[in-house]
Design a protein around this ligand. Structure first.
Ligand SMILES: O=C(CO)COP(=O)(O)O
Length: 210
């Protein structure tokens, strides 16, 4: 299972969480990555943890003030990027161009989507993986694998062989096991670790049953 922790714009310490993730990943052998704010990518990557961008802009080098260049996040130490998170929705053409920008920079890609129909469309754009996250469950602590397991199984079918992660409301080891049983190759989560009083205990408990 791939565990990708999206720190969003939460007021957590990204380097502390990255250090914990490195320790837990080394101790358990579970692949754990952190997606911090773009400006924290370098300091997070320096901990040795697998580091992802939350987004890259659909542009190449050029006159694109305010953009997040795929090559720049790669240079800072990111090895992958999310695209089209439900909190940062993109137009179809921009998802496509963002994917091609990430490919040029050598970044692994995950395109997020709300439901199995969108997963089918996202998979056709040939990302490395897709992630289904029903927006209504994000941040609720109610996992998609429990609230609506068919969203995961239908997404796995709709993705036509592209690996599927699931996310929204995931916070326990049981949630990870349930996601794996439904066919997900990984999970995307945020508040369960980024907002935990004790992120180390939260992350250890999360991967313990794997
Ligand atoms: O949006 C998410 C991960 O990208 C899920 O957020 P929560 O884990 O807080 O529900």
């Amino acid at each position: 299972m791939f565990v990708l922790i999206n720190l969003k714009a939460y007021p957590c310490d990204p380097v502390e969480i990255a250090t914990i993730a490195t320790d837990v990943s080394e101790a358990t052998g579970v692949r754990i990555a952190i997606a911090p704010q773009a400006t924290d990518i370098q300091s997070v990557a320096e901990t040795g943890v697998e580091t992802w961008a939350q987004h890259v802009s659909p542009v190449e080098h050029g006159s694109h003030t305010g953009s997040t260049l795929a090559e720049a996040v790669s240079r800072a130490g990111a090895v992958g990027t999310l695209l089209n998170h439900s909190e940062n929705r993109l137009r179809l053409a921009d998802i496509d161009a963002g994917l091609r920008a990430a490919e040029r920079a050598g970044l692994e890609t995950i395109v997020c989507a709300n439901n199995p129909r969108q997963i089918a469309a996202a998979a056709r754009l040939e990302p490395d993986s897709v992630a289904v996250e029903p927006p209504a469950l994000i941040g609720t602590g109610t996992p998609v694998s429990k609230a609506d397991p068919e969203i995961v199984t239908d997404s796995v079918e709709a993705a036509s062989g592209v690996p599927v992660l699931c996310g929204a409301g995931i916070s326990t080891g049981a949630d990870l096991v349930a996601a794996e049983k439904l066919g997900a190759g990984g999970v995307l989560l945020a508040s369960g670790v980024a907002k935990a009083d004790d992120p180390r205990a939260a992350l250890e408990a999360l991967v313990e049953p794997l």
